[in-house]
Design a protein around this ligand. Structure first.
Ligand SMILES: [Zn+2]
Length: 125
């Protein structure tokens, strides 16, 4: 399983065998309208608007968590993408456009890596 984590100010990666933990994760039941708009904007920005379908958007599982952390070295992350279409947002970052768009770039790429130039260009981080 591939997991990608968005750090505070720094972008980092972690594989599932890494010691990243998600605390009090729960599904986001009322998906904000902003997420749908940001999804379409990211698809457009990445040059794949035809893939920004309502069906694909509906396939994304959104979660909120109190904390995303690495107990081993006390690092914290603000968001996490897990294949195939799972996005976990730290609760206080759930309406941050850059954080949500960053995870949406991962979802469009189906990749936990950070190939240039998509993240900077389409999410700002
Ligand atoms: Zn990332």
């Amino acid at each position: 399983m591939v997991r990608a984590l968005l750090m505070l100010g720094v972008v980092a990666l972690a594989a599932c065998e890494s010691p990243w933990n998600v605390e009090m994760e729960s599904p986001i039941r009322d998906i904000p309208e902003d997420y749908h708009r940001w999804f379409q904007e990211v698809g457009m920005c990445m040059g794949v608007p035809e893939r920004a379908t309502d069906a694909r958007f509906a396939g994304i599982q959104w979660y909120s968590a109190i904390a995303i952390y690495n107990a081993q070295d006390d690092q914290h992350a603000v968001a996490l993408w897990t294949e195939p279409h799972r996005i976990t947002l730290r609760h206080d970052q759930a309406h941050d456009e850059r954080v949500v768009k960053h995870e949406l770039v991962h979802d469009f790429l189906s990749d936990g890596n950070h190939p240039a130039p998509y993240f900077k260009r389409c999410a700002g981080v």
